[in-house]
Each structure stands twice: as structure tokens, then as C-alpha cells.
Design a protein around this ligand. Structure first.
Ligand code: GRG
Length: 294
């Protein structure tokens, strides 16, 4: 089995090749929107969510080919959320994935439309997912649409907006990230499992793994905002503190945040026992995310 870094590189390449073939060409008219969609998608990015989809399919004994449409769909939904989150009316960010944000390049109106178009395109691509015995296309669509809707991602963003300028408790912060970061990571994993006709027990294990891994990922994201440079992160470092945003370090302190990330990662790993050796990539990814520097 190859080293994790080689594995991640190879998976990023597979995902990028699939994204390139699924997305409308940049010259398709009206070209501006298709260029803008590709600008944000191919700006870099770790491709964590699609890699989790592929690794979850593998853990459940499935094929990578079948998992590529949902893998691309989750990456596109993630990218749409970043484009909209960076808008002046949301977090107002100038830099993302090491490049000027979409609205800085294409203007605010076009960035709104780019996010809308990406989200819509994600459903078009998701519809290419081959159904399995336990998971007809309806199940797959519901998993994805509920995750992206007002009960999860948008709901989390609403809590986030409403929490601005307030002193949030740790429980309130957890509630935001359960609905945003953890929800999308969980759906990424579950969709991978569905393409492999996962048993209910396997799907439950992926759900628990995703919940704790997602929260751990967000704790680390908050820590990195304080400890890393803008250059390393590819987005404005220190932004959370500058706008007085509630984060794990601001609520429980940096040291306790590191311990919390370790605790959540350990908890996530415990869910993987049902897969035996087949989940070794998921395990490696969880360890890697805990130690990441960007
Ligand atoms: C519709 C505006 C809107 C939002 C929906 C999910 C969500 C709600 C907003 C996402 C905005 C955001 C910055 C969430 C935090 C999640 C997070 C840690 C994003 C960064 O993920 P990485 O590090 O980024 O995987 P790359 O660039 O590597 O893909």
C-alpha cells in the first residue's frame, strides 16, 4: 500500500480529472459563468471531502468509479459554500485557496450566480451516481439535498450569522459546526458508502466517524487560523480574531482546543472498527488531518 501522501495526490488527481470532465467547458456560452465556476473549483483545495467519499466506498468494498459522481458533487457543493461565504455580505474575504476570491475577480453579482450555478451543477453530476440495491437514486438525492438545505448547511450558516457579535457558549459553537463542517463531511462519507451498497451498520459507522472527524476538522481549522500564516493557509490568517468571531480557541483557549481535536479524532477512529482493515485509508486520513498545517 502506497504512502499516504502519494495516495492523497493520486486521489486528488482522479477527482480533478472527473471534475474537469463533468463540469461545462469554460467556453460554453455564456462563457463568464463557466470560467468563474472553473476558477473557484480549480483554485487548489485539498479535495478532502471527495477523498473521504472514495475512501468510504473502499471501506465498504465498493469501486472508485461508482463513487466519483458523488465525490465531485460534494466538492462542488463545498466550493459553492466557500464562494458565497466569502461574499461581502457574509464573511467578506479577499483570498481563498491562495487566489483572490470570486467576487474580487468577477464582481459580486457574478459570484452569487457562480455559487448558485455550482450548487445546481452538483445535482446534475450527482444524478450520474449508479444506484445500488439498498440505495436508489432517490436516497442519494435526499442525502445530498438535506445536507445542503436549511436543516444542515444553510441552517448552520444562519446560526453563524445570528451569532455574530455575541458571546457564544461552546455548546452553541458545536451546534453551528455540527450543521456545517461536520454535516458535509458526514454526507461525503455516507454517499461513498451508498455507492458500495453499505449495510445499515456500516452507514451508521460512517455517520459517527464523520460527525467526530468533522468537529475535529473544524477545531483544527480554528487553531490554524491563529497559528499559521496567510501564505500557508491560502486564506486570510487571523481573520476570526480580527472580526471577533466565536471559535474554539476564543472560547476554550488554544491548549484545550488541541486536546479537544485529539479527543474527537480518537472518538472518530473508534467508529471504524466494523470495517477491519478496509478502513485503513480513513484512519490514516483522520491522523493526517489532526497533524495538518493548512
Ligand atoms: C450558503 C454561504 C453558505 C454557506 C453554507 C458550509 C457553509 C454553509 C459555509 C462554508 C463556509 C466555511 C468557510 C465553512 C468552514 C468549513 C471549512 C473548514 C472550510 C475549509 O475547508 P477546507 O480546509 O478547504 O477543506 P479547501 O480549500 O482545502 O477545500
Amino acid at each position: 500500500m502506497s504512502d499516504l501522501k502519494d495516495y492523497l495526490k493520486a486521489q486528488q488527481k482522479s477527482v480533478d480529472t472527473a471534475l474537469n470532465s463533468f463540469l461545462p467547458r469554460a467556453k460554453v456560452r455564456p462563457a463568464t459563468i463557466h470560467e468563474a465556476m472553473r476558477y473557484s473549483i480549480f483554485a487548489g483545495g485539498k479535495r478532502l471531502r471527495p477523498i473521504l467519499t472514495l475512501a468510504a466506498a473502499e471501506a465498504c468494498g465498493g469501486e472508485e468509479e461508482a463513487a466519483l459522481p458523488p465525490a465531485c458533487a460534494v466538492e462542488i457543493m463545498h466550493t459553492y459554500s466557500l464562494v458565497h461565504d466569502d461574499l461581502p455580505s457574509m464573511d467578506d474575504d479577499d483570498l481563498r485557496r491562495g487566489r483572490p476570491t470570486s467576487h474580487k475577480v468577477y464582481g459580486e453579482g457574478m459570484a452569487v450566480l457562480t455559487g448558485d450555478a455550482l450548487l445546481t451543477e452538483a445535482f446534475t453530476i450527482l444524478a450520474e451516481t449508479p444506484p445500488t440495491k439498498r440505495y436508489p437514486l432517490k436516497e442519494i438525492l435526499l442525502e445530498f439535498s438535506i445536507c445542503g438545505g436549511s436543516r444542515k448547511l444553510i441552517g448552520g450558516q444562519v446560526l453563524d450569522l445570528e451569532g455574530e457579535g455575541k458571546n457564544l457558549s461552546k455548546a452553541q459553537l458545536v451546534r453551528i459546526h455540527e450543521n456545517k463542517t461536520a454535516a458535509l463531511l458526514t454526507t461525503s462519507l455516507r454517499l461513498g458508502g451508498m455507492t458500495a451498497n453499505a449495510t445499515p451498520r456500516q452507514l451508521e459507522a460512517l455517520t459517527d466517524f464523520g460527525y467526530n472527524l468533522g468537529l475535529a476538522f473544524q477545531v483544527i481549522d480554528d487553531i490554524l487560523d491563529v497559528t499559521q500564516s496567510t501564505e500557508k493557509l491560502g486564506k486570510t490568517a487571523g481573520k476570526d480574531e480580527a472580526v471577533d468571531k466565536a471559535t474554539y480557541p476564543s472560547i476554550i483557549g488554544l491548549e484545550k482546543s488541541k486536546k479537544e481535536a485529539q479527543r474527537l479524532t480518537k472518538k472518530s477512529l473508534a467508529s471504524l472498527s466494523v470495517f477491519g482493515k478496509k478502513s485503513s485509508r480513513l484512519e490514516e486520513i483522520a491522523h493526517y488531518l489532526l497533524d495538518r498545517e493548512y
